[in-house]
Design a protein around this ligand. Sequence first.
Ligand code: 3PG
Length: 205
Amino acid sequence: MTDPKKIMFECRIVPVITIEALEQAAPLGQALQAAGYTALEVTFRTPHAAAAISAMKQACPELHIGAGTITGTEQFDAACAAGSDFLVSPGTSDALFNLFDTVDIPVFPGVASASEAISAFERGYQVQKFFPASAIGGSAALKALAAPLANISFMPTGGIHGANMQEYLSLSNVVAVGGSWMIDKAAVAQADWAQVTAFAQQQKS
Ligand code: 3PG
């Protein structure tokens, strides 16, 4: 299995993408790759998610294309069938953990508390999504978890943007941050891929 940390360490910022129109998937992947991103999370929040993952993987074979918003069997099966390189969930349940146990790709289960993080760690997940980060204490909460949960690393998402991402990335227990702030949605709607790349590149620094 790919080391979950390796996926995140190449570029520590993971765009979280919601695909509104399938034809946007491949050029959006290419535009974000041109901006220097190496892993993308495609959310299962529109009917296009699975097809978008397949299209992006075909257009950008070097990218790690993950599936997000995995909350049940339907999304899980579709994400796996589409060839997702990793899975992300906003939270967990026994049923979800049982599904995750059946795959050999990295899974980042969502947690929002020390108890949830310990439960996920007990199930074998050392790198977890911390969600919704800004609403549950942000970087201060993650900093406070670092000493008691020394073996657990996090990818926070939710409310992260260019101005606060360094607060998170500077923490010892944060492997990467995720979010949608680097995507210029107006440029995506207009298929202005040069602008999508330029904006996404600017939002990394
Ligand atoms: C997620 O699913 O991780 C979030 O919706 C991304 O959060 P953001 O849109 O606030 O960046």
